[in-house]
Design a binder for this molecule. Structure first.
Ligand SMILES: [Zn+2]
Length: 412
């Protein structure tokens, strides 16, 4: 198998705070074979000089939406599948451009995209997906506009990114259906949201019995449930009912953070979504009520992340941005998290913690023997200044996925 040696780097392995100076990473095929300072290799190898640069695991975005090309969710819901797929291809390619070698889709990403990625038709990141996100009728994810009448009379609803289910039996069926289509995790909406005016943010979604069925069915598959949840009360329900990852978590208090930590659940804050939507609500065509909701939530979100970090909650990292224009700011999530966490903790969230979230601990998100050779080479030192991520297309010199130089921006 072919050998590549990335040498003379400053290296963060995704886990340890201590940076290894003059590090080499020996890659064999698509896996990492050896890592250390001053390694030697006598056989044939491709040598990649990393002197003066910073090598770290490829980034993982734990809350991405490949199948929502804009903030017009209603329009997306009615988009022709071929057009939607063309948009998704571009969004996935863009994530890899920005150093994300893995993404976890948070609703709408489906098996068709996974097959296109595996077939090499889209040059994008590794892809973990939930299929359609599950909402209750009239919940945050129910994309029918008020006044719309169901033509069939059965009242059931499934759009391209969400599906409405009511009652434990429908939930069980829907969860099994997503797993039949290869879903890697299940996404549910457990509170109202800020990007639509469909349900008040503090409205609890689903009954305990419905959520319990989703958790149970996912566990049977060796998988788990991720829940859209802004409220403190919703986060408590997540812990009590066995939801594994709490998405957004914008209003979590210190007491609830302690419960989450004790349960070993994850929180995936999405700060850049709040910041960007808050600043551009009107031009995105969001209703004034959404804009006000967003600004109110934003004011509390940093405190929630801080409370979680202080309580020892395992924090993932995700952008939750929609559409190509906003996704140019995908890496800003790391910069924003730097406001309340040490750089090394932010880097761990974006690599090894997120790898744990996608159930690939030891395989992704770390540069250690046996792991997949997914890495990025940076001009700049994120350990001292996370702002290096504000300009990913300039500062990320190499994106390595499965040992392949997927993007190479070094000056020759
Ligand atoms: Zn989302």
């Amino acid at each position: 198998m072919s050998i590549s040696i990335f040498h003379s780097a400053r290296l963060f392995d995704g886990l340890n705070e201590a940076v290894i100076e003059n590090a080499s990473v020996i890659v064999e095929g698509n896996r990492i074979r050896e890592v250390g300072a001053n390694l030697t290799w006598t056989g044939d190898a491709r040598r990649i000089d990393c002197a003066g640069h910073f090598l770290m695991p490829g980034l993982i975005d734990a809350h991405y939406h490949a199948n929502t090309p804009s903030y017009d969710f209603y329009g997306t819901d009615r988009m022709h599948p071929a057009l939607l797929a063309a948009h998704a291809g571009r969004l996935l390619t863009g994530a890899l451009d920005r150093g994300y070698t893995t993404i976890r889709d948070a609703g709408g990403g489906d098996v068709g995209l996974k097959m296109a990625l595996d077939a090499g038709l889209i040059d994008g990141p590794r892809f973990f997906y939930p299929g359609k996100a599950l909402t209750q009728t009239g919940g945050h994810g129910d994309m029918r506009r008020r006044g719309a009448i169901e033509p069939c009379g059965c009242g059931a609803y499934a759009g391209v990114i969400t599906r409405a289910v009511d009652g434990p039996d429908e939930m069980r069926k829907a969860v099994r259906e997503e797993f039949r289509q290869g879903a890697t995790q299940i996404k549910i909406f457990l509170s109202g949201g800020v990007s639509t005016d469909l349900a008040p943010i503090d409205m609890p979604h689903f009954t305990d019995a419905e959520i319990t069925v989703a958790v149970e069915e996912a566990a049977r598959r060796g998988s788990y449930v991720m829940a859209h949840c802004h409220t403190d009360e919703g986060a408590r329900r997540c812990v009590e009912l066995g939801v594994r990852t709490i998405e957004h978590g914008s209003l979590i208090t210190a007491d609830t953070a302690a419960m989450i930590a004790a349960a070993g659940a994850f929180v995936v804050p999405t700060l850049s979504a709040g910041e960007l939507i808050g600043a551009h609500a009107a031009e995105l065509g969001l209703p004034a009520s959404s804009a006000e909701k967003i600004r109110a939530v934003n004011r509390r979100t940093l405190e929630a992340v801080e409370a979680c970090a202080a309580a020892g909650v395992r924090l993932g990292l995700g952008c939750d941005l929609h559409g190509d224009a906003f996704l140019q700011k995908q890496n800003r999530e790391l910069v924003l998290r730097g406001q309340v966490q040490k750089p090394v903790d932010v880097l761990r969230s974006a690599t090894s913690v997120n790898a744990e979230i996608v159930q690939m601990q030891g395989q992704l998100g770390q540069i250690t023997p046996g792991a997949y050779a997914d890495m990025i080479l940076l001009a700049g030192d994120p350990m001292t200044d996370l702002a290096v991520f504000d300009e990913p297309l300039r500062n990320i010199l190499l994106v390595v996925k499965s040992g392949r130089l997927a993007r190479d921006r070094r000056q020759s």
